[in-house]
Design a protein around this ligand. Structure first.
Ligand code: NAD
Ligand code: TYD
Length: 373
């Protein structure tokens, strides 16, 4: 009773409280929908990466009373520059560490209300060159976080996943949705699929209050310049060519990163536990369409295109049906592809030192290995 009152005074209705009572399943689910948490203390993992850092900015701006602990190992993809404007904010704390470190994770999880797991090895091409870290971080790291969440009072856990777990589509296949069977085809997507299965298993086996989101390709500020958008934009700014894999006819569905952050926020506060939500941008484009658009907006011409050897096992098409999150939580993308692309190009133009620092380091070794130059 005391626990309940204490939490109410802090505007909390805790999942853990309800988990201790045996309600009929349907009733229990409805109660969980009401769990609109405020004053949340969130453990964000991988918050120094692309989407994680955008998410931290999004939350601190929208919820003045939330607090964030950012656990990040600062791999090649982690960059504290992404968060330098909030480094002195009293609501934000950075911890350098690995999600595979059991003791550290356990200590951090004790002190938070929810965990949002962004930490991952995230680049398909790197997973093809060497998949070991993908299995370690994406699978073992997620397992470690789930264990800590379970052992510290069944903490609310949101797992960030990808549409790539569903495999790929032919040109006329229906879009992926929450019922699409898993069929990953790269070491990256296979490791993400494994982590999704573990997350779901912790819901069924231990009643851990989890949600999963499977999102399509993101783009926007702070994206590491190994992925299509920032690689092509910055190469053109450097007067280099853009390396298009194969015939450039592979299709991705693109979502501006801020829209992804808004969807995660909604799921965290209003989503039904045990559920998966597919998130997409309603913006299917071939790589060639994107390449030509970027070239045009950057004032270059098609002589900047260089066709290079195709990615092994290159997934043909991704497309997402996001009608579930639209219907249940009222989410849909707000930023059109055209506006998002303009904003993204502007950001890279205005933040040259950010990407030049990255491109001058270890990156060059990777570029030589991947593109043979
Ligand atoms: P990213 O590579 O930019 O960032 C990953 C972050 O995780 C980095 O800061 C890195 O330092 C950190 N990290 C890696 N291993 C770690 C470990 N062992 N312990 C602690 N921190 C570690 O990735 P991103 O593009 O921001 O993707 C974030 C999440 O979103 C990933 O789980 C990815 O699978 C998923 N996702 C990405 C996209 C996309 O288009 N980028 C789309 C859908 C889903
Ligand atoms: P990427 O940004 O790596 O995302 P993902 O593979 O996770 O979808 O690649 C997006 C698309 O762009 C994909 O079809 C591969 C293609 N691509 C190129 O053609 N050239 C490149 O140099 C890169 C990095 C990607």
């Amino acid at each position: 009773m005391f626990y309940f009152r204490y939490m109410r005074t802090k505007h909390f209705i805790r999942y853990t409280f309800f988990d201790k009572i045996t309600f009929p399943r349907k009733f229990k689910k409805n109660i969980r929908t009401l769990n609109y948490l405020k004053n949340m203390k969130i453990l964000v993992t991988g918050g120094a990466g692309f989407i994680g850092s955008n998410f931290i900015h999004y939350i601190l701006k929208k919820y003045p009373e939330d607090q964030i602990v950012n656990l990040d190992a600062l791999t090649y993809a982690g960059n504290l520059e992404n968060l330098k404007d909030i480094s002195d904010d009293s609501r934000y704390k950075f911890v350098k560490g690995d999600i595979c470190d059991k003791d550290l994770v356990n200590e951090l999880v004790k002190d938070v209300d929810v965990i949002v797991n962004f930490a991952a090895e995230s680049h398909v091409d790197r997973s093809i060159l060497d998949g070991e870290n993908f299995v370690r971080t994406n699978v073992l790291g997620t397992f470690n976080l789930l264990e800590a969440a379970k052992n510290n009072g069944n903490k609310r856990f949101h797992h960030i996943s990808t549409d790539e777990v569903f495999g790929h589509l032919g040109p006329n296949d229906p879009c992926f949705n929450e019922s699409t069977p898993y069929s990953p085809r790269s070491p990256y997507s296979a490791s993400k699929a494994s982590s999704d299965h573990l997350v779901r298993a912790y819901f069924h086996t231990y009643g851990l209050p989890v949600t999963i989101s499977n999102c399509s390709n993101n783009y926007g500020p702070f994206m590491f310049p190994e992925k299509l958008f920032p690689l092509f934009i910055t190469n053109l700014m450097e007067g280099k060519k853009v390396p298009v894999y194969g015939d450039g006819m592979n299709v991705r569905d693109w979502l501006y990163v801020e829209d992804h952050c808004a969807a995660i926020d909604l799921i965290l506060r209003k989503g039904n536990v045990g559920e998966t939500y597919c998130i997409g941008g309603d913006a299917e484009k071939t790589n060639m369409e994107i390449t030509k658009k970027i070239i045009e907006l950057m004032g270059k011409d098609e002589s900047s295109i260089e066709y290079v050897k195709d990615r092994p096992g290159h997934d043909k098409r991704y497309a997402i049906d996001f009608s579930k999150i639209k219907k249940e939580l009222g989410w849909e993308p707000k930023i059109s592809f055209e506006d998002g692309l303009q904003k993204t190009i502007e950001w890279y133009k205005n933040n040259e030192s950010w990407w030049k620092n990255i491109k001058s380091g270890e990156y060059q070794e990777y570029y030589a290995k991947q593109y043979g130059k």
